[in-house]
Design a protein around this ligand. Structure first.
Ligand code: ATP
Ligand code: MG
Length: 752
């Protein structure tokens, strides 16, 4: 029937069809945003299943987020029915942690290993630095951990690092910490995020039979967003694909935005050298955006020298020009964006989930949240401090982790005296010292705490702690549910009691969060087929920012540009387009790669389907002070023909960028912004007549007879006009202030 053999190929264009039906051998697709790369991967899997090229469990598809994998699965189900369930789909980290669970023993780990997130890893590094007597204020654990992480992703081992990569004192320290760090993790039966990619390679190299098993299993391998794979990811997939060479990678070099995390664009550029038989199929039709948006995106990306040329066209109409919003400060910006959203909903029938507000850095979200809340607009924040990063949640998870992996030192130290149970820091250091001396885990030595050299009253407390954990472990092993186990942990540890006793607003919030965690655990237990505490813990340690994004939720999306990769929205606001923000400013140990920032801007632009807004502020609060902000260089680069002001006026770019501070010297009227006033006032209007852009003659709305409002002078009417271009001036009669002559390009005027 049609349900079993739907002719889904009809939903593809000729190039896409070619990519989908070319099933065997290596296949490379490098194509621009919105050209259907992800769609091709999805349909390709459906096609492989439909043609009986492979069973679902023989297909490995690697996506950028777990959510993308889930969606792909759903879509494949729609196309060919229920077979999709057994596909191996997910992020690199989740797929390879699954494989590592099966094979852990072969590389000296237990299958219940803990996955350390970045903050756990930094805690371990900090501990080691302290033991080596370094001042962790001077030598930052974060810096050292970053160096270790970079090395791991480039497959540089601790030994190699020691031999070849020392060019500074910091490297020297890194080398020492790196090898201890690895030993510590192993002793804790823990792997960090990078290990999840590196250990499989080690496994496959040491055990060719295991490699062969997985090579045989995964007859077809597909990878989305290939431009953002790092060396370890490249290597491990190359090993797996080596036998059948049925590997299909899709990506866009113009969207490579993770090089700071080791992503290596050459993986995609060298694909044809690695796989000589590779076929390359171009995709050139864009189905996502209007012509104006594509033209805008193109004008940006062509500034990059290191980019491949690609064709992208669309059958869609020109659409709306991109609207530029100029603001006083971040509050003004947030209010203005919120007003535009209200307007668009009212006038064009958009729903909340049609909108995305994209920013460069997470901290920008706060003011938008406030503005949206005040206007009763529902939003969802993607990213930021995740629920699972909260202290109380990490504490409870530490207890649960110990129940499956008691040798995990980081988690044990986290809660041995949390809530406070009279085990002081000195006692803990004594315990640690003895564990180090004996080369054993702290958990194994405290089994016989009575025989250790520790402050006597603390011994009794440690004994109680050990007994509690053992009791809880026993119950869990004897089949107690996860829900009951969690409840028991909260009661017996005294954690909940301590929060209730504290009875502050803060502690009540923490309690609510813990209840939320209990809900999540119960929910998981009801839903999962083989629910186990260790797989629950694994699952949540691999949640990515974007996984929390729910496109069906009737909410406006707030997220960083990084998190927006692969997504699309009818209306997009790109905010904070200012120098040292977007492009981001240089920071310690961080060189700004302008081409990468530009690619990031390209990614942001190409998320938009119908309408796009650029926004920037003239000042911003930084460290409690109002700081002047220069407009982003990207606004100068963008094709001016596709941009308009809020009032619909055309713009042309000015040469002397950043120099203009609103005081147009040498003119007959000086605009005097009262910056203090604009800071203290909650709401104010900012100039809609652009300050940095010049109106083209006759095209701006400030014609004789038009009613206007001035930021400071209030409402008025234009009574005459003189000069042209940058020199255009208007005489306005203000209701309360009388007649004034104003420089059009500098005056904070708005049509009313
Ligand atoms: P990005 O580079 O941003 O990841 P992409 O190349 O993966 O984009 P998709 O997300 O697969 O592009 O497709 C963009 C949009 O175009 C989606 O909404 C998709 O459903 C739609 N689309 C792709 N191909 C077709 C087609 N042949 N017919 C109709 N719609 C299509
Ligand atoms: Mg995609």
């Amino acid at each position: 029937g049609p349900k079993e053999r739907p002719d889904f190929l009809a939903q593809l264009n000729a190039q896409q069809k070619q990519a989908v039906t070319h099933t065997d051998g290596p296949l490379l697709i490098v194509a621009g945003a919105g050209s259907g790369k992800t769609r091709v991967l999805t349909y390709r899997i459906a096609y492989l299943l439909q043609q009986y090229k492979a069973a679902p469990e023989q297909i490995l598809a690697l996506t950028f987020t777990n959510k993308a994998a889930r969606e792909m699965k759903e879509r494949i189900k729609d196309l060919i029915g229920d077979k999709a369930g057994k596909l191996w789909m997910g992020t690199f980290h989740s797929i390879f942690s699954k494989i590592l669970r099966f094979e852990a023993e072969k590389i000296g780990f237990g299958s219940d290993f803990t996955i350390y997130d970045t903050s756990d890893s930094q805690t371990v590094v900090k501990q080691i630095l302290q033991e080596l007597n370094f001042d962790t204020k001077e030598i930052k654990p974060k810096t050292i951990h970053n160096k270790i992480s970079d090395s791991k992703n480039q497959l540089i081992t601790a030994d190699t690092f020691q031999e070849k990569f020392i060019s500074s004192t910091l490297d020297d320290i890194t080398a020492r910490v790196y090898s201890i760090y690895n030993k510590r993790l192993k002793q804790s039966n823990a792997m960090d995020f990078d290990d999840l990619l590196v250990k499989p390679i080690e496994l496959f190299q040491k055990h060719p039979d295991v490699l062969e098993k997985y090579q045989d299993r995964f007859k077809y391998i597909l990878i989305d967003e290939y431009q953002d794979t790092n060396h370890a990811q490249y290597k491990v997939t190359k090993m797996l694909a080596d036998k059948y060479q049925n590997i299909c990678v899709v990506g866009d070099d113009a969207q490579s935005i993770y090089s700071f995390r080791g992503a290596d664009i050459s993986n995609i550029l060298n694909f044809k050298e690695d796989y000589e038989e590779a076929t390359q199929v171009p995709l050139e039709q864009n189905y996502r955006s209007t012509k104006a948006i594509l033209q805008c995106a193109d004008s940006i990306i062509k500034r990059n020298t290191k980019q491949l040329d690609k064709t992208l066209w669309t059958e869609q109409g020109y659409g709306e020009r991109i609207t530029l919003l100029e603001n006083f400060d971040e509050r003004d910006e947030a209010n203005r964006v919120a007003s535009h959203i209200q307007n668009l909903k009212m006038r064009h029938g958009y729903k909340n989930n049609d909108f995305a507000i994209l920013y460069r850095t997470n901290y920008q979200s706060r003011v938008f949240e406030e503005s949206l809340r005040r206007k009763d607009l529902t939003y969802q924040l993607v990213g930021g401090l995740s629920f699972y990063q909260r202290k109380e949640i990490k504490d409870v998870l530490a207890y649960l982790t110990l129940l499956v992996n008691p040798h995990d030192e980081t988690n044990l130290l986290r809660i041995i005296n949390e809530p406070s149970r009279g085990i002081g820091n000195k006692s803990i250091q004594d315990l640690l010292g003895q564990a180090r001396d004996e080369g054993r885990s702290i958990w194994s030595i405290i089994q016989n705490v009575e025989s250790l050299d520790v402050y006597k009253p603390a011994k009794a407390r440690v004994r109680e702690f050990v007994d509690m954990i053992n009791r809880l472990r026993n119950n869990l092993e004897n089949g107690e549910t996860l829900t009951d186990t969690t409840k028991a942990v909260l009661e017996q540890s005294g954690y909940m009691k301590a929060l209730v006793e504290e009875n502050s607003q803060e502690s009540m919030m923490r309690r609510d969060n813990i209840i939320e965690l209990q809900n999540a655990i119960s929910y998981y237990e009801r839903g999962a087929k083989n629910a186990s505490l260790s797989s629950f813990l694994q699952e949540i340690s691999l949640i990515t920012d974007q996984d929390k994004f729910d496109e069906d939720k009737p909410a406006i999306t707030l997220m960083t540009v990084h998190a927006s990769k692969g997504l699309e929205f009818p209306v997009v606001f790109i905010v904070g387009l200012e120098e040292n923000l977007f492009p981001v400013g240089a920071r310690q140990n961080f060189d700004v790669d302008i081409e990468e920032e530009r690619r990031l801007f390209y990614v942001a632009i190409t998320r938009a389907e119908e309408r796009l807004y650029f926004s920037h502020c003239r000042s911003r609060f930084k460290f409690g002070e109002e700081t002047r902000q220069a407009r982003s260089r990207f606004l100068e680069e963008v094709d001016a023909g596709v941009v308009q002001t809020e009032t619909g006026a055309t713009i042309t770019q000015k040469k002397d960028r950043f120099s203009d501070d609103g005081n147009s010297s040498g003119s007959d009227y000086t605009v005097d912004y009262d910056w203090k006033e604009s800071r203290t006032k909650k709401t104010h209007r900012s100039p809609s007549a652009t300050i940095h852009y010049d109106y083209e003659d006759g095209e701006d709305p400030f014609q004789v007879g038009v009613r206007v409002e001035h930021k400071k002078f209030g409402p008025g009417k234009i009574i005459s006009r003189s000069g042209s271009g940058t020199d255009a001036k208007v005489v306005v009669f203000f209701k309360n202030r009388g007649q004034k002559k104003l420089m059009l390009r500098a005056a904070p005027l708005q049509v009313i």
